[in-house]
Design a protein around this ligand. Structure first.
Ligand code: NAD
Ligand code: TYD
Length: 365
């Protein structure tokens, strides 16, 4: 992308944000990126090791809800583009403690929108059209049955505190477009996986537990379906939307990789067995699979129709699940030190929090 932009990336030390900052660093040498991240449990400076502070990159540790700080960054850095990732992102945590989701996802988005509104009244600063890209989720659409797909026209029907907070922020973003003409775009993507994902989400959690020989908790009957999107494909989609997307539009981003959870877990077990051999007991890792009580309000199926972004922006996913999951397991195998340093034991996981540890022991034989 040729136009030099001054981008505020929020949540750039998290999973997708860090992959995106790395992507911009590789592909947009003329852009300046300011990364505003308060470093919650999910934020980690190690995710950006190798990206040095200087003309192209600056890190600011701070909260997106801090109006004065956000204003200062907009003014000092002459921000013309916002790519907003910062959020509380884990559904299970939103069930056991929703307050932070309301604060960061709703109030935080509102704070950023207000700063953009104030600072972009004179819209054509330096010839670069300002843009506010809000990164959201397909979970705002609720839950599908066995058939059908989420389209951009699907009615919102969020069903968890997490998805309700994201839906709320999407509505605010749209409200600022219609009311104040703020130049916004929204992307609603499916479940991401890949390097630097905090091991509380299904895929990195299962890889980690496989390597530790621990129980692999599968919620309910394991037949819930997610559409898996490799984070590299997602970063390319966001970059394409920034370049070619229409102001005021939203785009669904999916991986064309619908899988039942149990299938995902079994695939990871087989790849880990293949890479490091069976468990010390000689058993295969599938023996660690443990069905546990279902998540409260567990959405059954998510599936994205990514036709609009393909037609209007020219993006489609390139990474098959088979390729992406092998690469992801290999990345975690090669980055065990990264995993070990971020797991500090402060979050004991949804299951221990809800039920103690009675359900997460591997099946006894
Ligand atoms: P993450 O939890 O890995 O990272 C979130 C980052 O935001 C962390 O670095 C954290 O420190 C930072 N943050 C949190 N609260 C903050 C605050 N108040 N101020 C500043 N920084 C704060 O999340 P992720 O998986 O990278 O998701 C990024 C975005 O993409 C989120 O908006 C999420 O809703 C959306 N999304 C994620 C997925 C997915 O599968 N991971 C799918 C769809 C949409
Ligand atoms: P998750 O990675 O938390 O993403 P989301 O809830 O945003 O889709 O979960 C993906 C799926 O895996 C979801 O259907 C819940 C299920 N799941 C398990 O079965 N066991 C687990 O330990 C976790 C974390 C998730």
């Amino acid at each position: 992308m040729d136009t030099a932009r001054k981008v505020l990336v929020t949540g750039g030390c998290g999973f997708i944000g860090a992959n995106f900052v790395r992507h911009l660093h590789r592909t947009c040498p003329r852009w300046r990126v300011v990364n505003l991240d308060t470093l919650t449990y999910a934020g980690n400076l190690d995710n950006l090791q190798g990206i040095e502070e200087g003309n192209r990159y600056r890190f600011v540790k701070g909260d997106i809800c801090n109006t004065a700080l956000v204003e200062e960054i907009f003014v000092a850095e002459q921000i013309d583009t916002v790519v907003h990732f910062a959020a509380e992102s884990h559904v299970d945590r939103s069930i056991t403690g929703p307050a932070e989701f309301i604060q960061t996802n709703i109030i935080g988005t509102f704070t950023l929108l207000e700063a953009a509104r104030r600072n972009w009244q004179d819209q054509h600063r330096g010839g670069t059209h300002p843009l506010f890209l809000h990164v959201s989720t397909d979970e705002v659409y609720g839950s599908l049955g066995e058939t059908g797909y989420f389209r951009e026209t699907t009615a919102y029907d969020p069903r968890s505190p997490y998805s309700a907070s994201k839906a709320s922020s999407d509505h605010l973003v749209n409200g600022y477009f219609h009311t104040y003409d703020l130049p916004v775009m929204i992307t609603n993507c499916s479940n991401n996986y890949g390097p630097y994902q905090f091991p509380e989400k299904l895929i990195p959690l299962i890889i980690h537990n496989c390597l530790q020989g621990r129980a692999l908790p599968v919620y309910g009957d394991g037949k819930n379906i997610r559409d898996w999107l490799h984070v590299q494909d997602h970063c390319e989609a966001i970059a394409a939307v920034l370049e070619k997307g229409a102001i005021g539009a939203s785009y669904n981003i999916g991986g064309n990789n619908e899988k039942e959870n149990l299938e995902v877990v079994e695939r990871i077990c087989d790849i880990v067995d293949d890479r490091v051999g069976p468990l010390s007991s000689g058993e295969k890792r599938r023996s660690l699979i443990t069905f546990v009580t279902d998540r409260l309000g567990h959405d059954r199926r998510y599936a994205i129709d990514a036709g609009k972004i393909k037609e209007q922006v020219g993006w489609q996913p390139k990474i098959t699940f088979d390729e992406g999951i092998r690469k992801t397991v290999d990345w975690y195998l090669e980055h065990q030190q990264w995993v070990n340093t971020i797991i500090d034991g402060s979050y004991r996981g949804y299951y221990e929090k809800m039920y103690g540890n009675r359900e997460i022991l591997p099946p006894q034989r």
